[in-house]
Design a protein. Sequence first.
Length: 212
Amino acid sequence: MRTIEAASQEDEDDVQELWARLIVKASVSENLKVNKLHIEILRSLSPADTALLELLHPSVVYREFSSEAEIQAFNNEMNTKADVKWRKFSEEDRAVSVQNLLRLRCIASLPRIFSANRVLHQIRSRELRINGTVVVPARFEEMLGDLVTLIYQSSGAMPYDATQPVPLLRRGWFGPTETGTITVPELNHMLTPLGQGFMKAVTIDQALNKGG
C-alpha cells in the first residue's frame, strides 16, 4: 500500500514506469519484497536518473571480451543505447543526475588505475659492491599527488573526469596489460551493489514477460 501510494504521486512517465515494474514484480515474485530503500530511491529519481540507471544495467564492469571486434561491437551497441535516451538530456541535467545518483549511492565512479611505476630506481655497481634501489623523489611526489586526487574524487570533493576512455586490462605474470578500450564515456561510472539491487527489483525478467 505504501508503494502504491508513493507511485500515485509521481508525475514523470519514465519514473512511473519503474514504479509499475516494481509493483508488478513484487506482486508475482516470491523472492522480491519491496523495502523502504526501493521507495525512497524511486521518490528521488528524475527521468534522467532512470535513463542512466538503465544504461548502466546490467553491470558490465566484470564483462570479459575475447576479441577487438567484440569490444568494438560492444562500444557501438552502448553508444547507440546512450543516444536513445540518456544523451537527449541537456549537459546540465546529466551532470545533476550523476550527482544525485552518487548521493543516493546507486552509482560510483569507476576506479582509476593507480600506477607506482618508476618510483624505485635500481642501482648497481660492481666496484662499490652496490646492488639495490633508491626512491626517485619527483616520481614519489607525483604518485602521492595522484593518490590524493583519487581519494578526493571518490569522496566527491573534486570533480571526476568521466570523458576518458576506459582501459580494459588483463592480469599477467608481469602485471596488467591493456587489451582494448571502452569508448562509452558513461561507463566511467558503474552501479553499486545498492544500485544493482534496486535495478533488479524494477526490471521485469523475460520469464515474467512470457507469463504475461
